[in-house]
Design a protein around this ligand. Structure first.
Ligand code: 8Z2
Length: 308
């Protein structure tokens, strides 16, 4: 039911009531599958801790630290767990905001787990994509304040998580962030693209997406892909300072403003989730795409050059 609530939230100020009811039945179908997955995920991962949550109810915010080694790659089970947590935040009366970061040194998130796109059966592929859509809708469409404390590399899906937040602080250091999908031989989906456009503008996005550009932290700051840089040791303190500032803004006014800025972008995906999932399946099943993914995976697995 939560996604239906999200859809209502997203379209709350729109006039498209009929559209909303048709969305509601589509999302119901998609998420009967996800409810089962949620149960499976909580059973399967009972012994693994893929993220930590540190709630400070007195101050009104939480810190969510991604902890799925080695690189916080986003697979179906991880996304499903994250979605449950995001929903808990959304429903919390005490939590106004969340600092999203990682407990893995030098890695925020390596993005989507490439194994979820490589030689995957249609069923799993569509569950995976539906879960990713849900994560984005929950994050980008959240009423809460999300601040990304980007403590390391943040390519592709990692960048999407960051730009779905309200504010980004990145550690200074040899880290990269960006939508590098073309380097894997794939096209960034329209909602990745639109979130990027909303963050850094059309022209910069057009160049960045075609080139699969991974920005250094300084370059990211220069194009407003991140809002601030911090020394690694100060990252969380800076994020907490920023969070206090955002928490002090009158809540309803801030929520209404956020919603008005993001509603159109969200509605575009919500209106065509099934078609978007079909495109993902059709696209990733092409021989040429599988070949590109295989080569990319091989390049990742090559032994690293010795620095000596
Ligand atoms: C029309 C609609 C169309 C829709 C069409 C579909 C659109 C899809 C959109 C895609 C979005 C994405 O996010 S695609 C994912 C893009 N992500 C990336 O390109 C990141 C690739 N990774 C890296 O660059 C690096 O790993 C990096 C994150 C910097 C960390 O470097 P390190 O040296 O610290 O670590 P590594 O040794 O490289 O990695 C440790 C191990 O993790 C594995 N690993 C690294 N990244 C991984 C990943 N994303 N998925 C799986 N496994 C990964 C490596 O293979 C290693 O495995 P072992 O050797 O076995 O230990």
């Amino acid at each position: 039911m939560s996604i239906i609530k999200s859809a209502f939230r997203v379209l709350r100020f729109g006039s498209a009531k009929n559209q909303l009811f048709s969305l509601e039945s589509k999302t119901c179908r998609a998420f009967s599958v996800c409810n089962k997955l949620r149960q499976d995920a909580s059973d399967a991962n009972a012994s693994k801790i893929n993220f930590y949550v540190d709630e400070n109810k007195e101050k009104g915010y939480a810190i969510l630290k991604l902890n799925k080694g080695p690189v916080n790659s986003l697979n179906l089970e991880f996304l499903t767990e994250l979605n449950i947590q995001l929903e808990k935040f959304e429903e919390s009366k005490e939590i106004k905001g969340v600092i999203l970061t990682s407990s893995i040194p030098n890695i925020f998130s390596a993005g989507l787990d490439i194994m979820e796109m490589y030689q995957i059966k249609q069923d799993r592929g569509s569950q995976f994509w539906t879960a990713l859509q849900e994560t984005w809708i929950k994050l980008y469409g959240s009423n809460k304040i999300y601040i990304a404390a980007i403590n390391g590399h943040s390519p592709a899906g990692g960048c999407l998580l960051s730009i779905s937040c309200d504010y980004r602080i990145m550690s200074k250091g040899p880290y990269k962030i960006g939508l590098n999908e073309t380097l894997l031989g794939i096209k960034a989906p329209f909602w990745f693209r639109d979130t990027m456009i909303n963050t850094i503008g059309y022209r910069e996005t057009e160049k960045a997406l075609q080139l699969g550009k991974l920005y250094s932290s300084e370059e990211a700051l220069a194009v407003n892909l991140v809002d601030e840089l911090a020394d690694s040791k100060d990252l969380i303190t800076k994020a907490e300072e920023q969070m206090s500032k955002w928490c002090a803004i009158p809540t309803v006014a801030r929520e209404l403003t956020k919603s008005s800025m993001r509603r159109d972008t969200l509605s575009k995906l919500i209106a065509q989730r099934e078609a978007d999932t079909q495109s993902f399946i059709e696209f990733t099943q092409r021989d040429s795409i599988q070949k590109s993914l295989r080569m990319y995976l091989e390049s990742l697995k090559k032994p690293k050059k010795s620095s000596a």
